[in-house]
Design a binder for this molecule. Structure first.
Ligand code: SAM
Length: 738
């Protein structure tokens, strides 16, 4: 049954019109295809279809005559009928749609076939299917050899001609000595040799690439470092176009939609390797993404120019796929420009919710804004800022974090980036760790972080993740992507970094047919989140007010704190004991112990201890030696702060010494500034944060101050405790005066 509403694919109609013009008015197919109206059609597909029809026109006429199809099917356009028949019998051997003309031709298929087999002499088309006498590749090879021959002839003749020519001219026309004559002759020969070499190099540089079938590979349709094997991935911007409309539009242009027939990722990989230039299929994981044959052009395509489709690699799209923020949620893209993932998140959220897209670099920020605007990513709020300056309390509503920091880009083309200086790599990894720590600490309601890079160096990947997660006091867990992708993936992180490494994903050009990419999914431990929430309720405002009074979490120098000396010392002793106990326990218990330690410093405990110590100190303070009291207070408070920091550090499973060394090293490296990295996703230079020393020094100082004040929950806790101590002291002083 045909459906009246189903239209004939547009490229068949266009082909029929051109075929009719060529047949009735004359003219060349190529010229007729150079029509601006056809710019978004795949002209090579149209060309192939029309020439195939012309080639078999006599055979088709005979077949039609024999079947009487045109007499029986009065409403069937004969030109279209011939195009469709050529496609069915000599082209793709199938008709994709369910339009009336297609179904009519299909209903005659058997008769057509019978006639062909019964009249092999009349219909010779099968033989002509064998293709040209000399294959395209052979022609190309012959051309290349001829070129080479030409250059070698030039190389062995022209320098001699130059040498003897100049010598002859100088001898006959210019009275110069023999030495000068020889010099000029040799110079001219050398110049000619170099000119020939330069021409050869220039030609080689601009040489077109051909695939194994001899078809030209369009180098502009790939990214700067993409290999010819990589398919063309097209993401549908579902803010502007539905996937079903996209499928229809591609079909209208002559592409055949190939459905993935089996349930496994491996079968899908086999399938996409066999895609012809006429086919496309849906990506196995990201359902809003379609896969076309390598080299498929889209840069002039209307859908691309209208931002309805985005040319984005599949691997990078996995980051958002695995972040999986539900519609309505709040997402932070920490390093957003040019905005591929930002706009993908917006589409994923169906523009419901919020996406904060942060970018530091001026120019890249402009690009980000443009892409956000043009893709109609309405739920995105762009923020032009260094993301490390966004502090706890600034974006507390963030639930999902996308962290795609600057990296070496080694995944874009291994051959180009397989060498990276150790110092540069160290600088990058130090920054990447800093970003990840910040993602973990500055957004109290964040549930999931996806950390990704387009690097294939484990130092920027598994090592960053394991180093940082180990210090997160069991608050964050690396999720197993194998489970998340239901076992339908093949490349994972290295076991060298333990199970955390193997839970991460790699996407590899040779096996996954994408750019090289890494990603890790980190989920906040639910219990830690609840605890954090409680802490936040208590001290959120206090932290803010204290941060003004107590810059950088340093000790407070108030004289009235004197009488808390002993009390604070008690706390320190207790904390030291706990610290020892924590060290001896295994990793899974660390969280509970830390909570225990923290509870030692809660308001109630401190209050009770203060009351006790107040009595003691009152008797000691009878001498009213305020100066002495003040200096000792300062000493003890400083000791108290140092101790808390120590406990915090020792709680971590990392070796504290190594960590200190690392910190020291990374600080030095930050001062050793490096040049800006070049973005692989955009032509603008990517701000990788490795900038000049003077700027960096200032920024480093600033960010150190901020990170001390904001980075860890311990410093919040510290502020909170100090706040209570201060309050208690005020009360105590008041009582004392009374
Ligand atoms: C790998 S690119 C991000 C690509 C982006 N996620 C996408 O999919 O289109 C890294 C970006 O982070 C930006 N960046 C580097 N340091 C930053 C910082 N401290 N704050 C905000 N953005 C930063 C760089 O300028 C660069 O644009």
């Amino acid at each position: 049954m045909f459906e009246h509403s189903v239209k004939v694919p547009r490229h068949y109609k266009v082909a029929a019109n051109i075929f009719k013009k060529v047949a009735t008015e004359g003219g060349s197919v190529k010229n007729l295809l150079y029509d601006d109206k056809l710019k978004h059609f795949r002209t090579n597909v149209l060309y192939a279809l029309i020439t195939e029809t012309i080639k078999h026109a006599t055979d088709i006429d005979k077949i039609f005559e024999n079947c009487g199809i045109l007499a029986k099917e009065q409403r069937l356009d004969p030109w279209l009928a011939k195009i469709l028949t050529a496609e069915l019998l000599f082209g793709k051997k199938a008709l994709p749609g369910k339009s009336k003309p297609e179904l009519t031709i299909l209903s005659y298929k058997e008769q057509f076939e019978n006639f062909r087999s019964e009249n092999p002499d009349e219909v010779k088309s099968k033989e002509t299917d064998k293709g040209p006498l000399i294959p395209k590749q052979t022609k190309l090879a012959a051309l290349a050899l001829a070129n080479l021959f030409l250059y070698s002839v030039a190389m062995f003749t022209l320098p001699f001609i130059a040498f003897f020519g100049v010598r002859h001219v100088l001898t006959d026309y210019y009275p110069v000595d023999q030495f000068t004559r020889n010099v000029w002759s040799v110079v001219s020969a050398v110049v000619v040799v170099n000119v020939i070499i330069a021409m050869y190099v220039y030609k080689a540089y601009h040489e077109k690439e051909y695939d194994e079938h001899g078809n030209e590979i369009d180098q502009h349709s790939y990214g700067p470092h993409e290999t010819s094997k990589k398919p063309r991935y097209v993401r549908i911007n579902t803010n502007l176009l539905t996937t079903s409309d996209a499928i229809r539009a591609f079909q209208d242009e002559g592409y055949k939609f190939i459905r993935c027939t089996s349930g496994s990722y491996d079968d899908y990989l086999k399938q996409i390797q066999g895609l012809t230039e006429y086919d496309f299929t849906q990506d196995y994981h990201v359902k809003t993404m379609f896969v076309f044959a390598p080299g498929t052009k889209f840069h002039d395509h209307d859908l691309y120019l209208n931002n309805q489709i985005i040319l984005q690699d599949k691997a990078t799209a996995l980051a958002v796929h695995l972040l999986a923020p539900p519609s309505g949620s709040t997402v932070l893209d920490m390093c957003a420009a040019p905005g591929m993932k930002t706009t993908q998140v917006a589409a994923y959220l169906r523009n419901q919710g919020k996406v904060y897209a942060v970018e530091r670099n001026d120019q890249r920020y402009q690009t980000l804004c443009q892409l956000v605007e043009s893709t109609s990513s309405k739920c995105v709020e762009t923020i032009h800022k260094d993301v490390l300056e966004i502090k706890r309390g600034d974006l507390d509503d963030v639930e999902y974090v996308l962290l795609d920091p600057s990296c070496s880009g080694s995944g874009m083309d291994f051959s180009v980036h397989n060498y990276i200086e150790d110092t540069r790599l160290a600088k990058l990894t130090s920054l990447q760790e800093k970003f990840l720590k910040h993602a973990m600490n500055a957004f109290p309601n964040a549930k999931r972080i996806v950390y990704s890079t387009c690097s294939i160096f484990p130092e920027e990947n598994e090592r960053v993740v394991t180093n940082v997660v180990k210090t997160s006091r069991a608050k964050w867990r690396v999720q197993d992507v194998k489970e998340l992708l239901k076992n339908q993936w093949n490349n994972y992180g290295s076991g060298m970094y333990g199970s955390m490494g193997t839970r991460c994903l790699y996407s590899r050009p040779d096996t996954d047919m994408t750019t090289g990419f890494f990603l890790a999914v980190l989920d906040r431990d639910q219990k830690a989140r609840d605890d954090e929430g409680k802490n936040l309720n208590i001290d959120d405002n206090k932290v803010k007010s204290m941060s003004k009074d107590i810059p950088n979490g340093k000790a407070v120098h108030e004289a009235e704190y004197a009488s808390t000396l002993d009390e604070v010392s008690d706390v320190i002793v207790k904390k030291k004991k706990k610290k020892e106990r924590i060290r001896s326990e295994n990793e899974s218990d660390i969280k509970n112990n830390v909570t225990e330690i923290e509870s030692d410093l809660t308001k109630g405990d401190v209050e009770t201890k203060m009351k006790k110590k107040h009595k003691k100190s009152k008797s000691k303070d009878d001498g009213n030696d305020q100066e002495f009291k003040q200096s000792v207070t300062e000493e003890v408070i400083a000791e108290y702060h140092q101790d808390i920091t120590e406990v915090d550090r020792s709680d971590r499973t990392d070796n504290i010494e190594t960590k200190k060394k690392k910190r020291k090293k990374s600080k030095t490296l930050e001062h050793d500034t490096g040049e800006d990295d070049n973005s692989k996703q955009n032509h603008e230079p990517e701000d990788d944060g490795l900038e000049e020393p003077s700027k960096k020094k200032k920024k480093k100082k600033k960010s150190e101050e901020e990170s001390t004040a904001n980075d860890s929950s311990v410093s919040n806790h510290l502020d909170f405790t100090e706040d209570n101590v201060k309050e208690k002291k005020k009360k105590k002083k008041k009582n004392h005066l009374d």
